[in-house]
Design a protein. Structure first.
Ligand code: HEM
Length: 397
């Protein structure tokens, strides 16, 4: 299995989808060939039921997060696989437990007020400009500030960091595998985080960084490993959330009746978050590896294969969702954007709270009839994540 797995891991998302709007392409492929073999050991799965059956099949590994696949794929030494493994449900991981505890509802309830104030601060700045970029002026700083506060970054350092991470060329995940980068910006960010962790470990606090530093100490892991765990949280809590807010804002702009419904009945916003996630998820694919042979829709997929489960397509499968191309506020959908089953996202509660707060503030402050959106561009590295790079919004009074 080992050789086959390593071979199948190479290669990204097939170049078959329009990066700006992949949904028409998804539909064509889903209707014609819901499971297809991209190469001898790579498969693409487009339908909801197949996605669910794969996601909960014990013979399938999520992102290589189990002992067998992890060691076959990366070897024991890869920091990336070790970091992801630390958050996986397979083992009784102390690090995963700390994050689950830190993001539990009772611990998050105090965050709502701070999130609201943060969102209000940034929307006020946007309004005073008259013309603003939704991504860099709102979604980026709001989501970064929120996850930084939960991690325990000192308030005074947040503006400096927002500016610094805005210049990171390759995002957070690549840093996990290269803690000694050449790039001066990457270096500066890592030096900041290393100092931050060193200081925190002297006086542990009531935040996620302290919990993870503690769990690393107890597990005999270094502060460097705590740094990797934090980088993953920045990726999940900042990149994912920023992309989701961008996707959700555009979806509402393009569906003004839904926007106005939410404006008239803001109590429906929290419910609508799941529908927005179904409609346009920031996570478009899940990467699975078969540990044993499996059968999906009468097709045999042999052990050691890679399966790309297209979450974006499954979320618009008409056999699961009636009129899937429509946003329905009261649908309450069982979407797959957070994954499914034991591996489901452990930050989902935070994501719901944070995005509901953002949309409450946006909708109460922005009148859709006076908004004009132009110059939207999409991040071009269309791999797993989907999100806008820029959304220029003008306000006509
Ligand atoms: C809209 C926002 C988000 C989406 C769509 C999302 C989606 C996902 C998905 C699809 C997975 C993998 C599930 C699988 O393996 O099958 C995941 C795992 C995870 N997510 Fe999220 N997520 C979001 C926000 C967050 C936030 C805010 C945090 C917390 C800081 C977070 C932390 C994590 C962690 C720690 C994992 C586990 C990673 C692992 O298993 O190694 N996520 N998320």
């Amino acid at each position: 299995m080992e050789k086959a797995l390593v071979k199948s891991f190479l290669g990204g998302i097939p170049n078959m989808f329009n990066g700006n709007n992949p949904y028409k392409d998804y539909k064509k492929i889903r209707d014609k060939m819901p499971i297809q073999r991209l190469s001898p050991m790579r498969w693409l799965v487009m339908k909801y039921d197949d996605a669910v059956s794969i996601m909960q099949n014990p013979s399938v590994s999520h992102w290589g997060q189990d002992t067998q696949t992890q060691f076959a794929l990366f070897g024991k030494q890869s920091t990336m696989s070790k970091t992801m493994y630390a958050y996986a449900p397979e083992i009784d991981s102390p690090h995963r437990k700390k994050v689950l505890h830190g993001l539990a509802a009772r611990n998050l309830k105090f965050e709502k007020v701070a999130m609201k104030l943060t969102a209000e601060k940034y929307i006020k700045e946007c309004l005073s400009k008259g013309k603003f970029d939704f991504v860099s002026d709102f979604a980026n700083p709001y989501t970064f500030e929120t996850i930084s506060r939960i991690i325990g970054i000192p308030e005074d350092d947040i503006p400096y960091l927002i500016n610094l991470v805005g210049k990171l060329k390759n995002g957070y995940l690549t840093l996990i595998n290269d803690l000694n980068p050449e790039d001066p910006i990457e270096k500066e960010f890592l030096i900041f985080l290393q100092k931050f962790i060193d200081n925190k470990s002297k006086t542990l606090d009531d935040d996620l960084a302290s919990s993870l530093i503690e769990s690393c100490k107890l597990a005999g892991e270094s502060n460097e490993f705590a740094l990797c765990l934090l980088l993953f949280l920045f990726y999940a809590g900042h990149d994912n959330m920023m992309n989701f807010l961008g996707n959700g804002f555009l979806s509402l702009y393009e569906n003004q009746d839904v926007y106005n419904n939410l404006k008239n009945s803001p109590e429906l916003i929290a419910n609508c978050i799941d529908e927005l996630l179904r409609y346009d998820s920031p996570v478009q694919f899940s990467l699975m590896f078969t540990k044993n042979d499996i059968v999906v829709r009468n097709v045999k997929i042999v052990a050691g294969s890679q399966i790309l489960v297209c979450i974006g397509s499954a979320n618009r499968d008409p056999e699961k969702f009636e009129n899937p191309e429509e946003i329905k506020i009261d649908r309450n959908p069982q979407h797959l954007s957070y994954g499914f089953g034991a591996y489901r996202c452990i930050g989902a509660r935070l994501a719901q709270l944070q995005s509901a707060t953002a949309f409450e503030v946006l909708i109460s402050n922005l009148d859709i009839d006076h908004l004009k959106v132009s110059n939207t561009s999409w991040k071009n590295e269309q791999y797993i994540q989907r999100g806008p790079k820029k959304i220029i919004v003008s306000i006509n009074k």
